[in-house]
Design a protein around this ligand. Structure first.
Ligand SMILES: Cc1cc2nc3c(=O)[nH]c(=O)nc-3n(C[C@H](O)[C@H](O)[C@H](O)COP(=O)(O)OP(=O)(O)OC[C@H]3O[C@@H](n4cnc5c(N)ncnc54)[C@H](O)[C@@H]3O)c2cc1C
Length: 387
């Protein structure tokens, strides 16, 4: 949508083809219907991609500020939460999609909806797009913004990767990213449904692979929420690895808890009450049971070493990872066309003249917090300007 809008500014004839009946179908469900459009703390280093300089170049040309200004221009005002996540003031993705649809109409973009591109080929006349309607469209410039395979019911099923391969691009394996993580939950089943903030650390054979901090929820099958979703591509890209997730719900309250325990050392206070000063109520009894103590054990019944045992469990609650949930449940696709095959100044394919590739079709994963939409918008805008 953003690519079509920028391309239309040049006065060229622009067609936007989408298999869905309406534009922006995925945008509509982002941020749980509120559309987390970008992040005030946008940084190239937060993306998992092959080359941070490539991402820096792209974001310097069209980054957070440029996106906010563009959105304002089409009638979308934004605000940021204290942690930098940006949403429309309306807190409704629908208003954003409607603003895009209106801007596309006013810019004279021809909309070809409910129409799938089956194959793309190229001759000296240009690109030939075979459509699901039976028609073939020819164009001298083509921007592929077809997404990856995440959430296929919303339109992106990875169908065009075969054509991109035929045109000469490589495709790195497509796996789910920003996905819920499946784990052996038996040891923690009493905590099912519990949501809290934690530091989540992913280990392979005791070596730290990646770490995040954020909100998460324990379920019967595993863990969900931004903190673990941000780690999921490290799991889906290592299908045979032995992985362990360790959660630390004391990541920002350990010192306070230790201080409180030291002050209450000889009191008749149950350990559960002291742990409850910084942890959700459901969590403390489970940690005490895991240490092997009675639920109502008093702090003055435990020596320093015994108290330390409980704290140590809370600092690194271990979960054996069994995998991630599939494309139907994930927000982004890891894999796709490698970024080195595209110029970050204008998103032009380095091997196919006239072709530009943007958004999730490329092998880029951003963390939760508006990074993936920002990348889709930034790359789309640059390709549109260039076209
Ligand atoms: C549930 C959910 C919530 C999310 N929330 C957020 C969020 O709050 N913030 C954030 O930054 N990111 C979020 N994301 C990720 C974000 O939505 C994507 O990264 C972004 O939409 C990618 O944009 P895109 O244009 O590259 O691909 P898409 O948005 O997937 O768009 C691709 C379009 O191409 C069309 N298409 C595909 N193949 C064909 C074909 N063969 N013929 C015709 N048309 C075709 C599809 O119909 C689709 O409309 C979320 C994703 C999901 C699934």
């Amino acid at each position: 949508m953003i690519a079509a809008l920028f391309a239309a500014k040049s006065g060229k004839k622009v067609r936007l083809i989408d298999g869905n009946e309406q534009v922006g179908r995925k945008l509509l469900v982002t941020g749980s219907g509120r559309a987390n459009l970008t992040n005030q703390r946008m940084e190239a280093s937060r993306y998992s991609c092959a080359d941070v300089i490539w991402m820096e170049t792209l974001l310097k040309r069209f980054g957070h500020a440029e996106l906010i200004a563009f959105l304002r221009e089409i009638g979308v005002l934004t605000f940021s939460t204290s942690d930098g996540w940006c949403y429309p003031v309306s807190e409704s993705a629908l208003t954003v999609v409607e603003a895009f649809a209106c801007a596309l109409r006013l810019a004279g973009v021809e909309m070809v909806l409910n129409t799938k591109v089956i194959t793309i080929s190229k001759s000296k006349e240009g690109f030939h797009l075979d459509l699901s309607t039976g028609a073939t469209i020819t164009a001298n410039q083509l921007i592929v913004a077809a997404g990856g395979k995440a959430y296929p019911t919303l339109g992106s099923r990875g169908e065009l990767f075969a054509s991109l391969k035929k045109l000469g691009h490589s495709i790195t394996p497509l796996v789910p990213a920003l996905a819920p993580v499946t784990c052996e939950m038996n040891p923690w089943k009493a905590l099912s449904g519990l949501r809290f903030d934690a530091r989540a650390s992913l280990y392979e054979n005791n070596n730290l692979l990646a770490e995040t901090t954020g909100n998460l929820i324990l379920t019967q099958w595993g863990l969900n929420g931004p903190a673990v979703m941000d780690l999921s591509h490290h799991i889906s890209t290592r299908p045979n690895a032995k992985l362990e997730l360790r959660l630390n719900p004391l990541f920002n309250s350990e010192a306070e808890l230790r201080d409180l325990i030291a002050r209450k050392r000889s009191a008749d206070t149950p350990l559960r009450i002291l742990l409850g000063s910084v942890l959700p109520p459901k969590l403390s009894p489970v940690l005490i049971a895991r240490a092997g103590y009675p639920l109502e054990v008093l702090i003055n019944e435990l020596n320093d070493e015994q108290t330390e045992k409980v704290i140590k469990i809370a600092l690194a609650m271990p979960f054996k990872v069994t995998g991630v949930r599939g494309f139907e449940y994930c927000q982004v696709t890891a894999g796709g066309v490698p970024i080195r095959e595209v110029d970050p100044m204008n998103m032009r394919s380095r091997s196919v003249p006239g072709l530009a590739l943007v958004g999730e079709t490329l092998d880029v994963v951003g963390p939760c917090g508006g990074y993936n939409l920002q990348f889709a918008f930034s790359s789309g805008a640059l390709a549109g300007m260039d076209a």
